[in-house]
Design a protein. Structure first.
Length: 112
């Protein structure tokens, strides 16, 4: 079991902003996972991986595919209080879910 956070690299967020957005995505996707998936994921060490995409279009395509595969997911929109415009989509949290399911979507993406 693992969780993958997919970040838009085209936004050029500062390190603090990026860390906050990744944390939001991790927590929101976690909230959508079933109790059994969460229990197994936590027992196995709560593995998290952060990868990147180059555009909003790529991120939205991953979200659509995650929904088709019934992978818990959370699309994160910024509140617009600091670096980004309100509503800017920054990242996507996927899982926790089975490694194989998530790898179908993210296995070829580069690490952040």
């Amino acid at each position: 079991m693992k969780q993958v956070i997919v970040v838009r690299s085209d936004l050029k967020m500062g390190k603090g902003k990026l860390a906050a957005q990744v944390a939001h995505a991790s927590l929101e996707a976690y909230k959508k996972a079933g109790k059994e998936k969460v229990r197994v994921w936590e027992r196995e060490g709560s593995k998290k991986i952060v990868v990147k995409v180059d555009s909003l279009e790529e991120l939205l395509d991953l979200e659509r595919k995650a929904k088709e595969l019934k992978i818990p997911n959370a699309l994160i929109r910024d509140a617009g209080l600091t670096q980004l415009e309100e509503g800017t989509i920054t990242c996507l949290g996927l899982g926790p879910d089975e490694d194989e399911k998530i790898d179908r979507l993210t296995g070829k993406l580069k690490l952040l």
